[in-house]
Design a protein around this ligand. Structure first.
Ligand code: GLA
Length: 387
């Protein structure tokens, strides 16, 4: 999927060649996935590859509703948490599989000042005195119906979701056109490309909020999964889960995942940050190649997770400077998943590639401001395998 075809002539030549040597260039299948409460039809796109991986994504929230991958014996399981029906996603979902935005993660006090003007957002998270705006507000990008276009390239199927977030939506400035493209290729790479433009300066921070369980969704907790996070620092939080501004070394503490370590190994440790997060719910500062900012778009390793029983592993690469590792602490057994099993505490984990939380209020953090006339681009790759 390294190939991008821009010229129609080249595309025609390529299609001919592809047919001749029988590459799969078929676009993914689209089917109805019910209607929202307001009666808007939602579709599901099924992306498949030669290795038996199958990814299904719906136009509601650009949500990945299932992802089947083989274990070391070739046996498929669905490794993301989610629901069977659209109604369940609409009723109550902790962002299962969705794209969150316009600003993923928290903004302190639900406000920020940009170009001399204060903007007020929904305070949809935190208790009294600890309020913040989380994941784009009351009706973030996870709760809207996106437009969709099926795509195909040599050895890869894709779907491009687009959404126009109007000026003032959820309190944010500017008409923001967001495009999120999912590609699944024959090398077991699930690629997520983000592209945004706006007619006014606005903060942006989109991320993919899949909950993984590499044993299979509904198959117990994720505490035995071994995680590697190439990060020497993280952004510690206060009681409102807002970064204090410090970049604190992880060395020696329970947030040090530079060597592969089971998620559960130190999750109960006496540690102020683990107490505040109710487990892991922290943004890690990723080690980036020198001049990464200048080169733009260049990807660096973000995380690797290995599940010893099934042999499944997941490697994440990203162009983003940070990653939120969330160990599913708020899952409490009240939600029932696709196969009918409930989702207890820590039965899924999220690795959300992103800019740091609360960046609009923290001038020392890498900027999340998209200016008019500019194109915001970001890429994250999830690579699957088993051994
Ligand atoms: C993010 C947040 C968590 C939680 C989950 C969804 O990871 O940081 O605190 O809100 O999303 O429940």
């Amino acid at each position: 999927m390294k190939l991008k075809i821009h010229s129609p002539y080249l595309a025609a030549v390529f299609c001919f060649a592809a047919t001749a040597v029988s590459f799969s260039t078929e676009t993914p299948e689209a089917k109805p996935f019910g209607k929202t409460k307001e009666g808007v039809p939602v579709e599901v796109f099924t992306l498949v590859n030669k290795q038996g991986v199958r990814l299904r994504a719906i136009t509601y929230g650009a949500t990945v509703v299932s992802l089947e991958t083989p274990d070391r014996n070739g046996k498929n399981a669905d490794i993301v948490l989610g629901y069977k029906t659209l109604g369940q996603y609409e009723k109550s979902s902790p962002y299962f599989g969705a794209i969150v935005g316009r600003y993923g993660n928290r903004i302190a006090g639900g406000k920020f000042t940009l170009e001399g003007k204060e903007y007020k957002l929904a305070e949809n998270n935190g208790g009294p005195g600890l309020k913040s705006s989380l994941h784009g507000g009351l009706r973030g990008f996870d709760k809207v119906v996106w437009r969709a276009e099926a795509l195909a390239q040599e050895g890869a199927q894709g779907v491009r979701f687009s959404y126009l977030s109007k000026d003032g939506e959820e309190g944010y400035p500017g008409n923001l056109e967001a495009k999120v493209t999912y590609w699944l290729d024959d090398q077991n790479e699930w690629r997520v490309d983000y592209e945004m433009t706006s007619d006014k300066a606005t903060p942006v921070n989109l991320t993919q909020h899949s909950y993984f369980n590499l044993k299979g969704e509904g198959k117990g907790d994720i505490l035995g999964h071994e995680l590697t996070l190439p990060a020497s620092k993280f952004t510690p939080v206060n009681a409102a889960m807002i970064p204090t501004g410090e970049l604190r070394p992880v060395a020696g503490g329970p947030l040090d995942f530079n060597k592969p370590t089971a998620i559960g190994a130190r999750i109960q440790a006496e540690d102020e940050q683990l107490r505040l997060g109710g487990g892991y719910d922290h943004n890690f500062v990723l080690r980036r190649p020198l001049f990464a900012g200048l080169l733009g778009g260049r990807m660096h390793p973000a995380a690797t997770v290995r599940e010893p029983l099934t042999g499944r592993f997941l490697t994440i690469l990203t162009s983003e400077p940070g990653i939120q590792f969330y160990s599913g602490n708020f899952l409490d057994g009240t939600l029932t998943g696709k196969a009918g099993a409930s989702y207890p505490k820590r039965s899924g984990f999220c690795l959300e590639t992103q800019h740091y939380p609360d960046s609009p209020n923290q001038p020392a953090f890498p900027s999340t401001i998209l200016k008019p006339g500019k194109v915001w681009k970001s890429t994250t790759v999830f690579l699957f395998g088993a051994k």
